[in-house]
Design a protein around this ligand. Structure first.
Ligand SMILES: C[S@@+](CC[C@H](N)C(=O)[O-])C[C@H]1O[C@@H](n2cnc3c(N)ncnc32)[C@H](O)[C@@H]1O
Ligand SMILES: [Zn+2]
Length: 281
C-alpha cells in the first residue's frame, strides 16, 4: 500500500518529505495530493512532458500477457539478481521501479526480498491503477520520469528499469551510495520471429552501448546476465504482445490477422534480453 512507501516519496513541487493524511499525502510545505480511488497517487506537476505513457488498452494487453507467465523467466532473473545484489545493511530494502507498468517485476522482487517495500512509478494512470494492487508492500505513483522522480535523495537501495525510459541523473540521485540499478533491455533478436513479418519496432543493434553511454556518467556496469528463452504463443497472445508494446500505435490489426492466418495455431518465438547490473559511480 501507498502508506508503506510514503517515507521514500518527495513532494514533486518542493522536494520535501511527505506524510500520509486521511485524504492522501501532504508534504512539509503543505502541498497536498489526493489518493485515487484505485489506491495510487498522482504526483504529476506542470513540468510534465505531456507523454501520457501506455494507454488503457496497452496496459490491459500487458497485464494479460504477463499473467500468462510468458515473461516469468525475466521476472525470476530480476528477482534472483536483486536478492544477491542488494546491500541494505540487513534492513528491509527500499525499491523503486521506473516505468513500472503493471508492477509485475517489482512484485517479483518484493516477493523475493522479505520485508522490502517498493514504489512503482509510471506516467500512465492506467498502469498505476494496476501497479497499486501488484503487491501488499508496493505503492504506485503517477509521475513523469523525465520531469524527475518524486523520491527522496539517496532513499532507495534498488532501482529497477525494465523495458522502460531511463533518466540517469534522477536514478542516481534517489539511490543510496551502496545501491544498485538493474536494467533489462531487449537483445537484437528478441521476438525476431514476429518483428520481421509484422514490421514491429525493432531493437537498435547497439542498444547495450547506447544504454552504457546514457548511464555512464553516473553508473558503472558490474555484471551482465543474458537470458534467452522460448515463448509458445497462440494467436490471441500474439495480438496481446503486439498490443502491449511500442508497435501498438502503428501496426494495424488487419496486418496481424493476415499474417496469423498463415501460421499454425501456436507460434514459437524467441525471447532474448540482457539484465545489466550497475553501481553508482
Ligand atoms: C514497455 S512498458 C514496460 C512496463 C514494465 N516495466 C514491464 O516491462 O512490464 C514502458 C512503460 O513506461 C511507461 N513510461 C513511458 N514514458 C514514461 C515516463 N516519461 N515516465 C514514467 N513512465 C513512463 C509507460 O507508461 C509504460 O508503462
Ligand atoms: Zn511540497
Amino acid at each position: 500500500m501507498l502508506s508503506d512507501v510514503v517515507d521514500v516519496l518527495a513532494c514533486p513541487h518542493c522536494g520535501r518529505a511527505c506524510s500520509a493524511v486521511p485524504s492522501g499525502l501532504r508534504c512539509e510545505e503543505g502541498h497536498h495530493f489526493d489518493v485515487a480511488r484505485q489506491g495510487y497517487v498522482s504526483l504529476l506537476t506542470g513540468r510534465h512532458s505531456g507523454h501520457g505513457g501506455d494507454t488503457a488498452a496497452m496496459v490491459a494487453d500487458r497485464a494479460d500477457f504477463l499473467a500468462a507467465g510468458h515473461y516469468a523467466p525475466i521476472r525470476d532473473l530480476v528477482a534472483a539478481t536483486a536478492a544477491t545484489a542488494v546491500e541494505s545493511g540487513g534492513g528491509p530494502a527500499r525499491v523503486v521501479e521506473v516505468g513500472a507498468g503493471t508492477g509485475y517485476y517489482l512484485a517479483g522482487v518484493l516477493d523475493r526480498l522479505s520485508r522490502s517495500r517498493g514504489v512503482a512509478v509510471d506516467v500512465s494512470r492506467y498502469a498505476a491503477r494496476r501497479a497499486a494492487r501488484c503487491h501488499p508492500r508496493a505503492g504506485a505513483v503517477v509521475a513523469d520520469a523525465w520531469a524527475g522522480l518524486p523520491v527522496r535523495d539517496h532513499a532507495v537501495d534498488l532501482v529497477l528499469n525494465v523495458f522502460a525510459p531511463r533518466n540517469p541523473v534522477e536514478m542516481r540521485r534517489v539511490l543510496a551510495a551502496d545501491g544498485v540499478l538493474l536494467v533489462v533491455t531487449p537483445e537484437d533478436h528478441h521476438l525476431a520471429e514476429l518483428v520481421g513479418p509484422l514490421g514491429l519496432v525493432g531493437v537498435d543493434t547497439r542498444k547495450r552501448e547506447r544504454v552504457d553511454d546514457q548511464l555512464g556518467a553516473h553508473f558503472r556496469p558490474v555484471e551482465r546476465r543474458p537470458l534467452e528463452f522460448g515463448l509458445v504463443l497462440d494467436h490471441a497472445e500474439v495480438r496481446r504482445l503486439v498490443g502491449m508494446g511500442p508497435s501498438a500505435h502503428h501496426v494495424q490489426g488487419v496486418e496481424v490477422s493476415s499474417w496469423l492466418a498463415g501460421q499454425p495455431e501456436v507460434v514459437s518465438v524467441t525471447g532474448a534480453v540482457e539484465l545489466s547490473v550497475y553501481r553508482p559511480r
